[in-house]
Design a protein around this ligand. Structure first.
Ligand code: ZN
Length: 303
């Protein structure tokens, strides 16, 4: 795919504000005429058309007509989020372009824009999303051998979802902090993965049967999503268990004021302290750390 710019200088067919670039809207041109590819559509915009969009893609080219900051007229929603805050991509459907290749190119371009503008997958939407138009028509019907679901799969492929870890900053960390807060971790949503965020991630991992490494990789990320809808499995810690999760529990008990050896081993001392903690918090005193004990300890630590 050759990526190039053929920018339109006029702003006659755009709104005058700044596009906040929160969504990507996928269209199809609907024009099956031979030769109606990306270059022809870019030329159409250069000459001055009645509507506008940022990119057009066919089986060979991706051509940019407007900077992403422009508020193009494409979504059919007036001054709605579609026109004002999304980036528009038109997939060409001319009969002399290989449609599936054009869709694959559109997926690559979309991935690139998602990365550049920090737009998550769930904010890549169809034109239909904004104004109920049957667009992108072929992707919606799947009639040309590739449907919307496959398109979104293409977006996920090789996207290289890098794990979130200590030292990272940005909107993904903000989302993580917001999610953790919904689970009671009470973090400052500052978009910075610092010691407190790491501590919360470690606690979450210890509590939910994950490796306690403080890094949000695919498994932790998936468990987090499950926990938000209330079904992530809880780790039950009890006498004779050993490992990092036990170490994490001991660390957290120490933080709440108990004098405890951090030896990653649930021995007699840890058992006694867990019982003391349960008594103090008026929980069932069984010496086993299950959901209620994990939650209670969480409230002590993250406040
Ligand atoms: Zn459309």
């Amino acid at each position: 795919m050759i990526i190039k710019q053929q920018l339109v200088n006029s702003r006659a067919v755009t709104f005058s504000g700044v596009n906040r670039r929160q969504f990507i809207t996928i269209h199809e041109t609907g024009n099956v005429t031979k030769g109606a590819g990306a270059q022809a559509h870019a030329n159409l915009q250069s000459k001055g058309f009645t509507s506008s969009w940022h990119w057009q893609v066919d089986d060979e080219f991706a051509i940019q007509s407007y900077p992403h900051t422009a508020q193009c007229w494409h979504a059919g929603d007036g001054r709605g989020n579609g026109n004002l805050y999304s980036i528009a991509i038109e997939i060409c459907v001319n009969s002399d372009s290989r449609y599936q290749k054009a869709v694959a190119n559109a997926a690559r371009l979309t991935q690139q824009i998602m990365k550049e503008e920090n737009i998550p997958l769930n904010r890549v939407v169809q034109h239909h999303h904004w104004s109920r138009k049957d667009c992108p028509h072929f992707l919606r019907s799947g009639r040309n051998g590739i449907d919307w679901y496959s398109f979104t799969k293409l977006l996920q492929e090789g996207a290289g979802k890098s794990p979130l870890k200590f030292g990272n900053t940005g909107s993904k960390i903000k989302e993580l902090q917001k999610d953790l807060n919904k689970l009671g971790y009470k973090l400052v949503v500052d978009g910075s993965f610092g010691p407190k965020t790491r501590r919360a991630v470690q606690y979450f991992q210890a509590m939910h049967q994950l490796e306690v490494d403080g890094i949000v990789g695919p498994r932790t990320s998936a468990q987090l999503k499950e926990a938000l809808i209330n079904k992530a499995p809880i780790r039950l810690l009890k006498y004779a268990n050993i490992g990092k999760a036990v170490g994490q529990l001991q660390l957290n008990l120490a933080e709440t004021g108990y004098k405890i050896t951090i030896d990653h081993s649930f021995g007699p001392e840890t058992l006694q302290i867990v019982r003391q903690f349960q008594g103090r918090e008026k929980l069932t005193v069984d010496g086993m750390v299950g959901l209620t004990t994990w939650e209670s300890l969480k409230h002590q630590i993250f406040k």
